[in-house]
Design a protein around this ligand. Structure first.
Ligand SMILES: Cc1cc2nc3c(=O)[nH]c(=O)nc-3n(C[C@H](O)[C@H](O)[C@H](O)COP(=O)(O)O)c2cc1C
Length: 253
């Protein structure tokens, strides 16, 4: 197909999404169906790691909000220094931490989300965090814990390959991989869900940028990755759940 024609078609498709011509009376919420859970279940017997509570975190207190915003940059050069567990906990809390859970099954988090639906899970390709064996983990925001998904040989390099060979990804101490579970948002917004899921991802990325600046770490959010390769690497089905955004993180000079 002529590339210009393809762009025009795709643009129409985008506009149709933005238009939100949706009959909200047809959504699962309007039909009285229960919402999907806030976080994916944890398999019985899984290896769990408790994270320091956000109220006890001291690692980020010396940087002002002005400095964090003013210094923010996409960083692609990381040192060999590991992150501490406290620093990792800070970054997870800043990007997806839960402040309040409501009886109806929604929650307030440190980032905004359309209808407080929060359609993301956070996977960590973790290679250099003090006290945590390298492996693929998932953040459990309700419990502020990590669950080990599985060990993956050469995880950093595999992640870089899946990120279309962007080599600096392999140097990260940890790469955040956010997946979307569209049903969490569709439950309330039906066809209008897909626009707001991607808008939500931007807020998560920006909080990670600012939270990194506060601890002398850096990140560079990535949208360039091979969808199937990344979904396979993190072990999601690519239908009910798939990767939407990535962010390698490391200490910077
Ligand atoms: C949605 C999004 C996707 C991006 N994808 C990539 C990427 O795949 N690779 C990369 O090196 N940088 C990526 N970036 C970083 C941009 O290149 C960067 O934000 C831009 O060059 C401006 O630099 P600054 O962030 O330091 O202001 C992405 C940024 C955003 C917001």
């Amino acid at each position: 197909m002529d590339p210009l024609h393809a762009l025009t078609l795709q643009r129409e498709f985008l506009k149709d999404h933005i238009r939100q011509a949706v009959d909200f009376s047809l959504t699962e919420q309007a039909r009285g169906l229960p919402p999907p859970p806030l976080q994916k279940p944890v398999p019985t017997g899984a290896y769990l790691i408790d994270l320091p509570k956000s109220t006890a975190l001291t690692c980020a207190q010396s940087t002002s909000l002005y400095e964090a915003i003013n210094n923010r940059r996409s960083r692609r050069k990381f040192t060999d220094q590991p992150l501490s567990l406290e620093e990792l906990a800070w970054l997870l809390w800043a990007t997806q931490g839960i402040q309040r859970v409501f009886r109806g099954g929604s929650a307030f988090r440190t980032v905004p989300s359309a209808g407080a639906r929060h359609a993301f899970e956070t996977y960590l390709a973790l290679t250099r965090v003090e006290g945590i064996p390298p492996a693929l983990y998932r953040y459990l925001p309700v419990d502020h814990q990590l669950v080990r998904e599985r060990e993956v040989p050469d995880l950093g390099s595999r992640c870089a390959e899946a990120a279309l060979d962007q080599g600096f990804v392999a140097d990260a101490a940890v790469t955040f991989i956010w997946t979307a579970l569209p049903r969490r948002m569709e439950w309330r917004y039906g066809l209008a869900a897909h626009k707001v899921i991607l808008l939500d991802a931007g807020h998560v990325g920006q909080n990670l940028y600012l939270a990194c600046e506060a601890i002398h770490a850096g990140t560079c959010t990535l949208a360039a990755y091979d969808q199937d390769q990344m979904d396979t690497l993190i072990g999601v089905d690519g239908a009910e759940e798939f990767a939407v955004y990535l962010a390698p993180v490391g200490k910077v000079k």
